[in-house]
Design a protein around this ligand. Structure first.
Ligand code: BGC
Length: 882
């Protein structure tokens, strides 16, 4: 048994943790049924562990995840590197070697923060979106042993030392509810510094902080001027320490970025560059004084992971001329990020292009669905005559194409590279099968995620929106958790959700919230700026999902008050257990809506009350999990009452729902709001409603995610596969037939006759309908977890063979290690390959097996008509007859 990786707070060798919240390790072994019996964990400041600060000694425990260290035993110092090592003993007495790792602390207390926010902007610059340079020359006369820089900004910033950008993060500090929660980053900067003179600097732009955000076009959501903060902690080899901080002895100037906005793009005038601005050789002598900016520093928090980075590089597929004569670059993939170009121009020349998602029916540039977002990049050359490599600093674009407006020479493919820029999360899921369309769908789901996980889970990355719509995030959360490790990403966002809840517990439509109090101009929102069913329920469903997938109760503790406030809000505003409130999105953009309407046909009373019941039920379970039995009892009772009311209100005496829409049947089945004796009737009604649409879905954001589950859980696995495999309009594969490389916002974004849904809301990179990915992993591959032993400590492997697939290959990397489920079919025989990680158990169920031919050592027994076996870790190849 070996330890393959140690994670601290869900990260490998993290830099900048405030405290140890969670330690986990993965065990690997070629033996079967390997369990950990004991572990030993040590922490030291020295790599050779010559002096040990913390020694767990031998702990008899099976737990290899969610290990905590009592803070009173190990007091961590700020900006300090620590080494950690773990070894384990298995149930059969085998010992692993020590596995070593490390972490670096952030500030363990904000009392140690001496730096202040500084700016060269004044409040009168509130409408400007210029970039500024802030700098200071500092001297270090001794040999440097270690150096860590802490930095952040009101705006977007990059830290520079001696002419070099520090680290690989982009668009820092990301987007949070800044005035309540602002993240800072920590960098190991020893290699950027030298004994003697150094220059440290910050480049700052408007970003989400003061730039235009939201479809109503407001600026300055958080403040009127950008600012930068930095604290550099240096330790010299002689043991002495020194701290350098931003204060008003720093100087600054506006630089070459004369305009940069999230939606509209960036203008860079190289004629305004300050040569060597962050180097000791800089000769510029018009630096301005900086001013201190008042900001409540107690809201600062070290960023815990999922930092935005350049993740994937894509070269253009082609450059072509449209029928209207525009020169267009096609990258062959819809994405979010930047186009980097390499060009040489003379003074007065410029590179200018605008980014967009799709061509119209005639093959011409289509910008209308960007609404007011310009997504335009302009670079103005100076007289240096040098080759320039450039991508924007303070903005990002959603695009597959770029229309070249100006270029100093004939643009060629090799001059351009696109970078997909998003939060850096470990890829944890794989799904592949013998059907290429489904593989393309998996690709599109993944790229929808890459495109919309840019620090905040956004609806879309291209138009003047790009907001953290709570509903979209809730819908996609479980699928996302298969594809990538989303723990730090979502727990950070949930903190903002909590911060932005109304005093009464209402949940904003978007988090970070920039709508409440500002949307009176909006024709939909006016009075209903928060608390919509399925959207606001992100407050409960997302923490529940994180708990299920990662097995970590911390998220329940952290979000408990927020969840409870949300349930109480619904209760307060419900009428005899029927909940409905102001503006509801209902089954958003369902096809059973009236022509031109966004609102599907399922009535709000039903969708709202269904979610009220579902969230209350989940909350009651979570209260029990953390031992709050009083709440558990109270909310279980409330849950039972809501379900009874639901049944009384929406069921007819004959056991059928009085609302005959696909979504009504789906919610009723999936949320288990039906009496057992009526379940089959509701399921049959769902089949009838499907048949009525010639076996197509007409569901929107609310019904679609659970459609296939509602079918497969109720005896209609074939119908679920058929639905997934439909490829005419409307369907998932219809989009693929139309050449989609990401998931669309609307089933009819691009209609069979070539027309498009209205440009007022037509994104081609919206992850919500990609939520079917959850069904692909949980049902086709059959990788699921038990609610009793969460975090896949006890996995349930129950693949459903079908869809005419010859094979499926899927895996998911849980906190304990990689789970594999693969199957292949030949005639009436099939074979399943399963891998269960060490220190976990699994129940293997094969509903499609009539007779096991080779159990590979497992003992299958019939349980409710399904052949099932229990096992521990190992690789198993099971052959059976279907
Ligand atoms: C967004 C959606 C969002 C919806 C709420 C749209 O503009 O793009 O994805 O959930 O509004 O109604």
């Amino acid at each position: 048994m070996e330890i393959s990786a140690i994670k601290i707070n869900y990260q490998i060798e993290p830099i900048g943790i405030e405290k140890i919240e969670n330690i986990s390790w993965e065990l690997v072994s070629s033996d079967r049924n390997v369990f950990q019996k004991a572990y030993e964990l040590q922490i030291s400041e020295n790599e050779d562990f010559s002096e040990i600060l913390f020694d767990s000694k031998k702990v008899l425990s099976e737990e290899s995840a969610h290990i905590k260290i009592d803070e009173s035993i190990l007091k961590l110092k700020s900006c300090q590197k620590y080494f950690i090592r773990v070894r384990t003993e298995s149930s059969d007495g085998k010992k692993s070697d020590w596995k070593n790792s490390s972490f670096v602390t952030a500030l363990v207390s904000l009392d140690e923060l001496m730096a202040n926010f500084i700016s060269i902007e004044s409040e009168n610059d509130n409408n400007d979106s210029k970039g500024s340079h802030l700098r200071k020359e500092i001297v270090m006369n001794k040999e440097i042993k270690s150096a860590y820089a802490l930095s952040s900004a009101l705006g977007i910033y990059y830290l520079f030392i001696n002419g070099k950008k520090v680290g690989i993060d982009e668009l820092t500090p990301g987007w949070t509810s800044y005035n309540k929660h602002l993240l800072y980053q920590i960098y190991d900067v020893k290699d950027y510094l030298q004994t003697g003179k150094n220059v440290i600097g910050g480049m700052v732009g408007a970003g989400w902080y003061k730039g235009k955000m939201g479809f109503l076009g407001f600026k300055n959501h958080y403040g009127k001027r950008t600012a930068f903060i930095c604290q550099l902690a240096v330790e010299y080899t002689d043991g002495t320490k020194e701290i350098f901080v931003t204060d008003n002895t720093w100087t600054g100037a506006f630089g070459p970025i004369i305009f940069s906005e999230i939606y509209d793009g960036e203008i860079y005038d190289a004629n305004l560059e300050i040569k060597n601005w962050c180097e000791t050789s800089c000769e510029y002598n018009s630096w301005n004084k900086t001013e201190l900016v008042d900001f409540d520093k107690s809201v600062l928090k070290a960023q815990s992971g999922s930092k935005i980075r350049k993740i994937t590089e894509i070269k253009p597929k082609k450059i072509f001329k449209t029928p209207e004569g525009d020169t267009v670059i096609d990258f062959g993939q819809n994405m979010t990020g930047w186009i980097e170009f390499n060009a040489r121009g003379k003074k007065g020349d410029c590179v200018e292009f605008s980014c967009f998602e799709i061509l119209d029916a005639n093959g011409n540039v289509y910008l209308d669905n960007l609404r007011s977002a310009k997504q335009k990049i302009k670079y103005i050359f100076n007289d240096s005559g040098e080759d320039v490599i450039y991508h924007p600093y303070f903005t990002f674009q959603g695009f597959q194409y770029a229309k070249i407006i100006s270029y100093p020479e004939e643009p060629k493919k090799e001059m351009f590279t696109a970078f997909a820029v998003h939060s850096d999360m470990e890829v944890t899921g794989e799904f592949e099968c013998s059907n290429p369309d489904i593989n393309q769908l998996q690709h599109n789901i993944l790229w929808g995620m890459k495109g919309n996980f840019l620090d905040v889970p956004t609806d879309c990355p291209q138009r003047d929106e790009r907001l953290g719509w709570t509903g979209d995030a809730q819908i996609f959360c479980r699928t996302a958790a298969f594809n990538m490790d989303i723990y730090t990403f979502f727990s950070k966002w949930l903190r903002d959700l909590k911060e932005d809840q109304t005093a009464e517990g209402g949940v904003p439509h978007v988090v970070p919230d920039i709508l409440i109090g500002k949307s009176e101009k909006d024709r939909l929102m006016q009075d209903g700026e928060h608390s919509a069913a399925a959207w606001a329920d992100a407050a409960v469903i997302c923490p529940w999902t994180l708990y299920l997938v990662y097995g970590d109760k911390d998220i329940i503790y952290k979000q408990y008050d927020s969840m409870k406030a949300w349930i109480d809000f619904m209760q307060k505003h419900s009428n005899n257990n029927i909940w409905n409130y102001k503006l509801q999105f209902g089954d958003w953009v369902a096809l059973d809506a009236e022509e031109g309407s966004y609102f599907g046909a399922t009535p709000n009373d039903l969708t709202c009350t269904a979610f009220y019941a579902y969230s209350t039920g989940l909350f009651a379970k979570m209260a029990e999990i953390i031992g709050n039995l009083e709440d558990a009892k109270k909310y279980k009772k409330l849950y039972t009452e809501i379900v009874e009311t639901y049944q009384k209100t929406f069921f007819k005496e004959d056991g059928h729902l009085n609302v005959q829409t696909q979504t009504a049947q789906i919610l009723t089945l999936y949320f288990d709001l039906v009496k057992a004796e009526n379940r089959a009737k509701v399921a049959e009604d769902l089949i009838k409603l499907l048949e009525k649409e010639n076996n197509h879905l007409v569901t929107g954001f609310v019904g679609t995610p659970y459609f296939c589950h509602a079918l497969s859980q109720n005896g209609y696995i074939k119908e679920a596969y058929d639905l997934l495999l439909k490829d005419d309009f409307p369907s998932w594969l219809y989009q693929i037939r139309q050449g989609a490389t990401t998931v669309w916002e609307h089933w009819d974004g691009l209609r069979p006759d070539g027309t498009m849904w209205s440009p007022d809301m037509n994104s081609f990179n919206h992850y919500a309908y990609g939520a079917v990915g959850d069904w692909m992993y949980r049902v086709i591959a059959g990788i699921d977890c038990s609610e009793k032993e969460v975090g896949y400590k006890h996995s349930i492997i129950s693949p459903r063979l079908g869809g005419g697939f010859d094979f499926v290959k899927s895996s998911f990397k849980s906190v304990y290690g990689r789970i594999v489920s693969e199957w292949k079919v030949g005639g009436n025989k099939a074979e399943i390959l399963i891998e269960i990680p060490c220190n976990t158990k699994s129940t293997i169920r094969i509903p499609d097996a009539k007779k096991i031919i080779d159990a590979d050592g497992l003992k299958f027994e019939e349980e409710n008509g399904v052949l099932s076996a229990e096992t521990g870790s190992g690789i198993y190849k099971i052959k059976f007859e279907m």
